[in-house]
Ligand binder design. Structure first.
Ligand code: SF4
Length: 432
């Protein structure tokens, strides 16, 4: 039996959308992929991984042994309710509706919640939020910015379609120049695409230097090389009509690189159209809906993640303290509830962990390691046959367009069943 058949299913497709589908593989949530290109490789390595059909369906198992879905849901509910310190994570590969149900379960079982977003793992996340960003959507960058500056380039940007979709298209009224500031160029250097090799630990000083030049402030001494780069940046910015800064995830965890860039953009936005496109998601997270997970958690619990105890009446936000990776590393949880595809970082931590944990995993992947003391609930394909919406990282709501039929329940149905089972068990416990 297959979990999902990659056969076009007319009932799963909307009228007029017979050849196009949406990719949920990364934060760009591309809506222009054709079903045909998926069968023949899309040209995007992350998408090819996202759509890889499972040769064998994701089985439902209890402690490695095949089980019925009904039995597995019963055991999963018992284990989640008996855990002293559960953690809900995953979420990035699922839809907003699914995340809402998962958060209701977290509320019932007093779980910690963290979808493994980069922002929740560094201390200054709240400061960065307070400072605020002047941002725009991806299309604004594509249609308006005649200068795109990649700030601290994450090489994984090249394995997505960001440059193809939002930098390469021509502007209506002129040409676009790019500048890569960082050790790796985002685009091969040429007359129109400059590269300034600046190590990450100098990005804060560079942002302050450029800011000082734009606002004619004095700054303390800095190296000639950095001053020269700041000069060239200023000249390019002066010559541009509209500037888009593309920032990516940084290795440093103080958040100061992002903070100093936000300050520079705020100064510059007083002089000309200027905005930031923050690409904070690693392309290897196993799903593109981290923004959706953050939005649901913020609406329900008051913060985007790093929540030590889920409560709809308000939860604490403890960035760099109760993010998923730290909780697992410090062995502070005894049960991990993974909804959707598992990120490589969490998988590695669980594989290495010396402290055994109970694992409840709802997944469409058949090739996942089976952890000891685990319940795996196999669901329909998240990439081919799941309906619903995801939130692009610039805030745009994007609908998935499933193109294959499934012969096992969707992740949403399984979570609903699990929620009902947990609620019934809680009621029974209360009445005895
Ligand atoms: S860039 Fe991201 S969303 Fe677009 S096709 Fe590639 S993986 Fe999918």
């Amino acid at each position: 039996m297959r979990a999902s058949k990659p056969i076009p299913n007319d009932s799963a497709l909307h009228e007029g959308e017979t050849t196009q589908t949406t990719c949920g593989g990364c934060e760009l949530l591309c809506e222009d992929l054709s079903v045909q290109s998926i069968k023949n490789r899309t040209g995007c390595t992350v998408a090819d991984k996202w759509f890889t059909p499972n040769a064998i369906p994701a089985e439902t198992t209890i402690d490695g042994k095949k089980a019925s879905l009904h039995e597995a849901i019963k055991v999963a509910a018992t284990r989640l309710l008996s855990a002293h310190r559960p953690l809900l994570t995953g979420l990035a590969s699922t839809t907003i509706d699914t995340i809402q149900i998962a958060c209701r379960i977290a509320d019932c079982i007093d779980a910690a919640v963290d979808a493994n977003a980069h922002d929740n793992s560094f201390l200054t996340a709240p400061t960065t939020i307070r400072v605020g960003k002047v941002s725009a959507d991806f299309e604004e960058l594509r249609d308006r910015a005649d200068l795109a500056i990649f700030w601290g380039v994450d090489p994984s940007i090249k394995s997505t379609r960001f440059i193809e979709r939002f930098i390469q298209p021509k502007l209506h009224d002129g040409s676009r120049r790019t500048i890569s500031v960082g050790m790796t160029p985002a685009i091969a250097p040429s007359l129109h695409n400059l590269h300034f090799p600046v190590p990450e630990d100098q990005l804060i000083s560079l942002a302050r230097l450029v800011d000082a030049q734009l606002t004619q402030k004095r700054v303390r001494d800095s190296s000639c090389d950095l001053r020269d780069i700041a000069n060239q940046l200023k000249n390019s910015i002066d010559a541009a009509r509209c500037v888009g800064f593309v920032s990516t995830k940084t290795v440093e965890t103080t958040g100061l690189v992002n903070w100093s860039l936000s300050q520079l953009i705020r100064s510059l936005a007083h002089q000309k159209p200027c905005f930031e496109i923050p690409l904070n998601q690693s392309a290897s997270l196993g799903g593109g809906n981290l923004a959706g997970a953050g939005a649901v958690c913020t609406w329900r619990f008051g913060s985007s993640g790093a929540i030590p105890l889920a409560s709809s009446s308000g939860s604490m936000f403890l960035p760099a303290e109760t993010d998923a990776q730290r909780l697992i590393k410090r062995n502070e949880i005894d049960c991990i509830f993974i909804v959707g595809r598992i990120s490589p970082q969490i998988k590695e931590l669980l594989t290495k962990s010396s402290d055994p944990k109970s694992v409840i995993h709802i997944t469409d992947e058949s090739n996942q390691t089976t952890f000891e003391n685990s319940v795996r609930l196999g669901c329909a394909s998240l990439s081919d046959s799941t309906k619903g919406s995801m939130l692009r990282s610039d805030g745009r709501l994007v609908s998935l367009r499933p193109f294959a039929s499934a012969c096992v329940p969707s992740i949403q149905n399984i979570l609903n069943e699990l929620l009902h089972r947990i609620a019934a068990d809680v009621r029974n416990e209360g009445s005895t």
